[in-house]
Design a protein. Structure first.
Length: 188
């Protein structure tokens, strides 16, 4: 666990330096989020496998003690026409459709700092596998998204303009973010 803590701390520092230098690096942010989640799970007593040491590689973190797979998503708030929004990207939804993970942890960043950590059971995200190209920046490769707005009023405005694309889980997340925030207890 000490190694995980050190790796997490170094990645956090790298992310901060990049941000201070006005360099956007989503890959470092993604790796940092994965190590952060691995550290949090290890600190809660779980055996954790990450990177190439995973026995099961269909998700970012594997918990051999529970035989559970944890997918980690990260996003940074960006301003769109409705407000400050971030998204967990599921590509074309294959990870969900093919049951590649048991839990998903979505780490929302505000610049280089973690703003919130949301946690879901895989079954809670089934409808996210429905492509929504009308709202996706990358319609062909990345139409399956879970959106979160920093302000609920901004999400309501977005949802009002996109009634056909609205997802129940997304609506619930934006109405009740505390319900999904820091739910580490759902994982074993």
């Amino acid at each position: 666990m000490k190694e995980l803590d050190e790796i997490k701390a170094h990645l956090e520092k790298i992310l901060r330096i990049l941000t201070d230098s006005s360099v956007e690096d989503s890959w470092i942010r993604k790796i940092y989020a994965e190590y952060l989640v691995a550290f949090e799970l290890a600190s809660r007593g779980h055996e954790v496998q990450i990177g190439t040491e995973r026995d099961v590689r269909s998700a970012d973190v594997y918990l051999p003690d529970l035989r559970k797979r944890v997918e980690v998503k990260s996003g940074i708030y960006e301003r769109d026409e409705y407000g400050m929004e971030t998204a967990a990207s599921f590509g074309n939804g294959g990870q969900i459709k093919k049951n590649k993970f048991d839990y998903c942890v979505f780490v929302a960043f505000d610049k280089n700092k973690i703003d919130r950590i949301f946690m879901f059971r895989s079954e809670e995200l089934k409808e996210v596998a429905r492509p929504r190209p009308q709202i996706a920046a990358h319609k062909e490769t990345n139409p399956c998204l879970l959106l979160f707005y920093k302000e609920h009023e901004d999400y309501k405005h977005f949802a009002g303009d996109h009634q056909k694309e609205k997802l129940q889980i997304e609506d619930d997340l934006n109405k009740n973010p505390r319900k999904y925030q820091d739910r580490w207890s759902i994982i074993g």
